[in-house]
Ligand binder design. Structure first.
Ligand code: CU
Length: 104
């Protein structure tokens, strides 16, 4: 829970440029801000990445398979994995994290 609180408090950094794309995959937690099933795109406010140096920010991602987005909705907290594709990152896996139940 602490991790998510920390993430939501982190500043919405607007950064030009992106992480240096290597042939490395990465993963991160985040909150879905926008979903576009048809375009297979998702806007995620994400925390720091594991695997690649990337600060917390809100950014759009392409999703490899439309089906990955089917059970998700705006404001869901998710864990996702991605791979570099040219200058962009493409999400290859994404799963909702169930929020802790208040008071427990
Ligand atoms: Cu980012």
């Amino acid at each position: 829970m602490t991790r998510y609180l920390k993430m939501s408090l982190s500043a919405l950094a607007f950064v030009l440029g992106s992480a240096t794309a290597s042939a490395q995959s990465a993963s991160a937690d985040g909150v879905i801000r926008k979903l576009d099933l048809e375009a297979q795109r998702v806007l995620i406010k994400h925390g720091e990445w594991q695997g690649v140096s990337m600060m917390a920010m809100t950014m759009p991602f392409q999703v490899r398979d439309k089906a990955l987005l089917q059970d998700l909705k705006v404001n869901d907290t998710v864990h996702f994995s991605m791979e570099p594709d040219g200058r962009d990152w493409v999400i290859t896996q994404i799963a909702r994290l169930e929020p802790a139940i208040a008071g427990q």
